[in-house]
Every structure is written in structure tokens, then in C-alpha cells.
Design a protein around this ligand. Structure first.
Ligand SMILES: Cc1cc2nc3c(=O)[nH]c(=O)nc-3n(C[C@H](O)[C@H](O)[C@H](O)COP(=O)(O)OP(=O)(O)OC[C@H]3O[C@@H](n4cnc5c(N)ncnc54)[C@H](O)[C@@H]3O)c2cc1C
Length: 446
């Protein structure tokens, strides 16, 4: 690590903020990380990270994930199994975590805790129980007010999530989130809850040596169910179209699974799924109304010293599995831009980051909306392959992209476009600007 005289304030320590803290610390910047939660306790069930972000995390540890991953955090899945509403298996796609286009499935809370611990272990200044409520910038510095104190840095990275307060302040935009009339329910709990229940213990079929991940598609209903940590945990997620009783898009609102159990009564395969859902312990079921966020016009403040990243800049519907991945890409690209522009030109760094990433992320945002439609409209018998559910519609340009290499290669071209007001053509998206390419099923990298 080369010492730099750059100071960075990071607001919000989810995947985006933590990755930014670590990427900046690795380059020698002084980092102050602020998180409103009192401690590292987090919620969430399963989160998937593909090659495009795994390679960034692995680079912190000479290419291995040993600093973050152990038996209690991964899902040891060997196949993704897809079923129709009758419970007939339609597809069993071999699954290999080491294939970058597939990637790892993690217990979200477990991985986040390990990221916190790693960041603290390498000496980053992380402060919990600190809520940032004001942002400021001048020509030469930027900062925040938090818990009645003024903090000063060279730039502020706001990674404060979907409900970002920074978004409106920094970008001047507060876009309306569109209610897509789908409610997502999710849970993860200890496998002992089902271990002795004859009609539910099928979900532990691979425990204690491996995990399963099964997805069931019925009309306007999708259920994904499986295990984590070789059967130590059971997780399930369910998306129901047409529900409107949930008023907020907040990630984790406590709920009961009653609406799912009612819906599953009309699904032929519903009995076996309901048997597991019904064992969800009180307090372990959460729901969320899915809202689509349109792309923002910009991520950087007028003075160029404050930027939003991650969900604060571009939240995704959960269908493309890119929320965590793109937040981590943002973090790595931003840290490299700061390195290449240097303390003397922080605004250039932030504007180049936006130039390099905005089109790519906006295209994935649009793509995740389209993907959701096919999940809830499963047409197994359609002649049109794109209408049939697939375990593997992962586009190489998204999932195997190497944003680190790309940023070092493209920084100067994008910087020239920023400085001279020239048009910049992004090279981290398909040339024809379409989300789904013919190479959807290949592992070709761009
Ligand atoms: C509770 C929760 C559960 C989730 N569960 C899943 C899941 O099961 N599966 C999945 O795929 N994705 C899940 N996600 C989404 C996924 O983790 C994110 O899309 C992705 O990681 C982007 O992360 P982020 O860092 O941009 O934002 P987030 O992960 O939302 O992190 C934002 C952080 O900012 C903090 N913050 C907000 N405002 C302030 C403030 N004013 N001052 C200081 N700190 C502030 C928040 O407390 C939070 O820790 C979940 C997100 C949350 C918040």
C-alpha cells in the first residue's frame, strides 16, 4: 500500500460502501466509513455474486476468497433445478461457483459480517451508529455533518442504499419509484425447524454434505427454495404478482407468510413448498413491495466532490442478481479513478467514474425489469425460447466483465471526453446497446 494524502468519507457500509472503503484503503487513502446502524448486525437471505465482483474481492487476498468465505457462509449447490407449477422438474442446470458467469451464492448476513471484519482487521476507520444528515462541498473539499459533528475530506462517496438521502442532495434528482405490483417475501432460518417435520424435511435432501436450490414457476407466482451452509440453514423467497397490501419498498419489513400459504393452495406443487414455508419461525419472514427505479441522469454533485454509488445511484429489481455486484464494481472503478486522477483532480476522478459506468449500469437496470416479467409469466411450452424460464440467462458482458482492467485501459479516453466535452462511447456494454446478446449463454468476456 502506497500512502496517499487523499481523504475519503464513505456514507453507508453495505456491500457498496464496504467495498469502496477497502478499495480506497488498499490504495493508501485515508478512509472514514460512517454507518447509521449501531453494529454489524444485518438482515437478508441469499445474495449471489458473480465473476465481475468476485474477482475484486479475491484480489484483496492474492486471488482466493479465503479471507471471506468459509463453510458457514456459502451455498454448496451443484445444480439449479427448475420446476413447473405441477412440481415436474423441467431443467437441472449444473452449477459451479468457480464459473464466473454463475458465481457464488452466499448467506447475505454471513458475507457482510465477514466483509466488516476484514475491513476492521486491515485497519479501516469504520464508525457505527452515525447517521449522516447533511452534505457539503467547496472548490477544495467536501464533507458531511453527522451526529452534530462536521467531517471534512477530499470527497464524499454516498453508498446509503435504496432510500438514499444523499441522492437528492448530490444529484438533485428524486425519481419516482414505479410500483410493479409484485411483493417479494423472503426468509432464512435454522434447519432444525424442519429437520423433524416429515412433509418439510425434503428440503434437507443434500444435507449435511451439500445444498439444493430449486425454483418453482406458477402463474404470477415464483418460489425459490433451498439450503445454505450444507443444510444448516433453510432459505426461501417468493414473488407474488398482484398483491398490493405492502405499502413500502423497504428491503426488510417484518411479515407473516400467510399470503404465500394462501397463494400456494392454488398451485399444484404448493403443498410441499407450503410445508417448509409454514415452519418459518415468527420474526423470520420479511416482505417488500418491488419498485423499479429509473436511471438517474447523473451521480456526481455540481462541484464534483460528492458521488452516489450502489443502490443509492441505481437500485435494481432483484431479478438480474446484480445489486451487490454492481455496487462492488462501482467501488473498484471509483477507487482506481481517484488513483489515476490524484488529489489534484478529484472532480475529474468522480466524473470519469460516472462516464465509465453510467451506461453499463442503466442497461442492466432496464434488463432486470424485463427479466422479472419472464419469471412471473413462465411459458414452459412456448416455441419462443426467450419466454421459457432458464436457469442461465446470464450475459457474459455483465457477469464476466473485468472492471479493474477496463478502468485502467479506458480512464484516459473517458477523462479526455470529460475535460474536452467530447462524446464518450462506453466499451463495457454491447456495441448494439442491447441487454440480451446472442452470447447470453457463452462465457465470453469483454
Ligand atoms: C436489509 C437489506 C437486506 C437485503 N437483502 C438482500 C437479499 O437477501 N438478497 C439480495 O440479493 N439483496 C439484498 N439486499 C440488497 C443488496 O444487498 C443491495 O442491493 C446491494 O448490496 C447494494 O448495496 P449498497 O451498499 O448500495 O446498499 P445497502 O446494502 O442498502 O447499504 C446501504 C447502507 O447505508 C446505510 N445508511 C443509510 N442511510 C444512512 C445515513 N444517513 N447515514 C449512515 N448510514 C446510512 C444503511 O444502514 C446500509 O447499511 C438487501 C439490502 C438490505 C439493505
Amino acid at each position: 500500500m502506497t500512502k496517499s494524502d487523499l481523504t475519503v468519507i464513505i456514507v453507508g457500509l453495505g456491500f457498496g460502501g464496504l467495498a469502496a472503503a477497502i478499495e480506497c484503503h488498499r490504495r493508501g487513502y485515508r478512509v472514514i466509513g460512517l454507518e447509521k446502524k449501531p453494529d454489524t448486525n444485518q438482515l437478508g437471505d441469499i445474495i449471489g455474486l458473480s465473476g465481475n465482483s468476485i474477482s475484486i474481492l479475491a484480489a484483496w487476498n492474492d486471488g482466493s476468497l479465503g479471507h471471506l468465505v468459509d463453510d458457514d457462509v456459502t451455498c454448496e449447490v451443484t445444480a439449479l433445478e427448475l420446476f413447473d407449477s405441477q412440481g415436474d422438474q423441467k431443467l437441472a442446470m449444473p452449477y459451479n461457483s468457480n464459473n464466473p458467469i454463475q458465481g457464488y451464492l452466499f448467506r447475505r448476513t454471513g458475507l457482510l459480517t465477514r466483509l466488516y471484519n476484514y475491513a476492521i482487521h486491515i485497519g479501516i476507520d469504520l464508525r457505527f451508529g452515525v447517521t449522516v444528515d447533511q452534505y457539503w462541498e467547496t472548490d477544495g473539499s467536501a464533507g458531511v455533518y453527522a451526529n452534530n459533528a462536521k467531517l471534512t475530506a477530499d470527497c464524499v462517496i454516498a453508498a446509503d442504499g435504496l432510500h438514499s438521502k444523499a441522492r437528492g442532495i448530490i444529484t438533485g434528482e428524486t425519481p419516482e419509484l414505479r410500483d410493479i405490483r409484485v411483493v417479494a417475501y423472503r426468509s432464512i432460518f435454522d434447519a432444525s425447524e424442519v429437520a423433524n417435520v416429515p412433509e418439510a424435511k425434503w428440503v434437507l435432501e443434500k444435507a449435511p454434505t451439500a445444498d439444493i436450490f430449486q425454483t418453482y414457476y406458477a402463474e404470477d407466482t415464483m418460489v425459490a427454495m433451498g439450503t445454505a451452509a450444507k443444510g444448516r440453514y433453510v432459505h426461501w423467497g417468493c414473488a407474488i404478482r398482484g398483491s398490493s397490501e405492502v405499502k413500502s419498498e423497504a428491503w426488510m419489513q417484518p411479515a407473516t407468510p400467510d399470503a404465500i400459504l394462501k397463494r400456494l393452495k392454488s398451485v399444484p406443487a404448493g403443498r410441499k413448498l407450503a410445508a417448509v414455508v409454514a415452519r418459518t419461525p415468527p420474526g423470520k419472514c420479511f416482505h417488500q413491495s418491488l419498485r423499479a427505479m429509473p436511471p438517474l441522469r447523473k451521480w456526481v454533485s455540481a462541484g464534483g466532490r460528492m458521488i452516489v454509488i450502489g443502490d443509492a445511484a441505481h437500485s435494481f429489481l432483484p431479478y438480474a442478481g446484480q445489486g451487490g455486484n454492481q455496487a462492488i464494481e462501482d467501488a473498484a472503478v471509483l477507487a482506481i479513478c481517484l488513483e489515476l486522477a490524484g488529489k489534484k483532480d478529484v472532480p475529474l476522478a468522480l466524473r470519469v467514474m460516472e462516464k465509465l459506468r453510467h451506461r453499463r449500469v442503466s442497461l442492466i437496470q432496464e434488463g432486470s425489469m424485463k427479466a422479472g416479467d419472464s419469471f412471473l409469466n413462465a411459458a414452459w411450452d412456448s416455441e419462443d425460447e426467450s419466454k421459457r424460464p432458464s436457469a442461465f440467462t446470464h450475459q457474459a458482458w455483465v457477469y464476466t466483465h473485468n472492471c479493474v482492467k477496463h478502468t485502467y485501459e479506458e480512464f484516459h479516453t473517458a477523462a479526455d471526453a470529460v475535460i474536452n466535452g467530447r462524446e464518450y462511447t462506453p466499451t463495457n456494454v454491447p456495441a448494439n446497446g442491447e441487454f440480451c446478446q446472442d452470447d447470453c449463454k457463452s462465457s465470453k468476456s469483454i
